[in-house]
Design a protein around this ligand. Structure first.
Ligand code: 1HN
Length: 347
């Protein structure tokens, strides 16, 4: 590629006139915005230890009443992108949220899509459009765009979960906003994962040709964990044990932009992930190990979170030679696929 003219090679008066009229020449910036062969990015592989985050989150529980926060969250911010941007990756927001016994996090709906992955505690719930969804360790709860949702806690002790949203992208589109409403105060009843979508391959007959976009809003961890163990029983050691969370009616990703999956590492296993175009966030549901993203290595333990930039070369090792490890992964692959730019590239 030829060397293009720089701004310094243009007369300053010419540039000043352009800028006064809100104009810029493309050619001095073209290679920065469209680099040759490989993309560039400011985000860096970043790791958050739950052992660091937890005490600070508990302190927030003492410092900040829920009424003064609505959502009591510490946001996991990528230092390469600037902490004030609230971005774990350019498209993925991640936070750790605390709710204490008896608290209510008020009802609202918004344009960004969100999920929760429960980290600790028992007795928490999220109500989504009148459906009360229990939150037990490892459960995935969807709060799709535009759907009313509130959180509460009927148990003892703190409840903590990981929030992941496509907020950075929706904010970039200048379309991020919320509406508020009184609490839904839904009654306790079995949710759709316990009544309507209890097994893969079976859906209620009246849903057969339905294109309901979000029919199932809770994916209990006990089902995911059992499914991973069952898959491990018949998967050759050359293949990863990896399950995608999907909409049981359409077979598509659960949410429009973000994708969710669960990965099991056999005892002692080292996995080289495909070098994917999407950015991703890894959360440890259970286990210990190490992750290397390009030239950065992290050790991880229960409930830790890592943000991995797009196009990273990622290797993950289960540090235990006796027990499997379980990771929950959030990525923006569904968006890449919709845009028809998804790639898995050479390592
Ligand atoms: C939100 O609605 C929740 O509902 C959590 O729990 C975190 C971060 C940004 C914007 C909306 C929730 C959020 C959020």
């Amino acid at each position: 590629m030829t060397q293009l003219q720089t701004a310094a090679e243009l007369p300053p008066a010419y540039l000043a006139t352009l800028n006064q009229l809100n104009l810029n020449p493309l050619w001095p910036s073209l290679r920065a915005f469209l680099p040759e062969g490989e993309p560039t990015g400011a985000s860096v592989a970043t790791h958050w230890r739950y052992n660091d985050v937890r005490p600070l989150l508990m302190q927030a529980g003492e410092l900040t009443p829920i009424e003064k926060a609505e959502r009591r969250v510490l946001v996991l911010c990528n230092p390469g992108l600037g902490l004030e941007k609230l971005q774990a990756t350019p498209s993925i927001y991640v936070g750790m949220q605390l709710i204490l016994p008896g608290e209510d996090a008020p009802n609202h709906r918004h344009t960004p899509s969100a999920i929760r992955l429960v980290v600790e505690g028992s007795g928490g719930y999220t109500t989504v459009e009148g459906e009360k969804l229990p939150m037990e360790h490892g459960d995935l709860i969807l709060t799709p765009p535009g759907l009313w949702h509130e959180h509460g806690h009927e148990g003892d002790g703190p409840v903590v979960w990981l929030d992941a949203l496509d907020l950075p992208l929706i904010y970039l589109l200048e379309h991020s906003f919320a509406d508020a409403a009184p609490l839904q105060q839904a009654k306790t009843a079995p949710d759709a994962s316990e009544t309507r979508f209890t097994r893969a391959g079976l859906v209620p007959y009246d849903e057969l040709d339905s294109s309901a976009p979000y029919p199932m809003r809770r994916y209990p961890w006990k089902d995911t964990r059992n499914a991973l163990l069952a898959l491990a029983g018949q998967t050759g050691r050359d293949k990863p044990i990896h399950l995608a969370y999907i909409n049981p009616l359409s077979g598509e990703a659960c949410l429009p932009f973000l994708g969710f999956s669960a990965l099991m590492l056999r005892p002692g296993e080292t996995l080289r992930l495909p070098r994917r175009s999407c950015s991703q966030v890894l959360h440890v549901v259970e286990g210990t190990g190490t992750t290397t993203a390009n030239d950065t290595t992290f050790s991880w333990a229960d409930a830790d979170v890592s943000a991995l930039p797009a196009h990273s070369r990622v290797t993950i090792t289960n540090g235990s030679s006796k027990k499997p490890a379980f990771l929950f992964i959030v990525d923006d692959a569904p968006l890449h696929k919709k845009l028809r730019i998804y790639m898995e590239r050479e390592w």
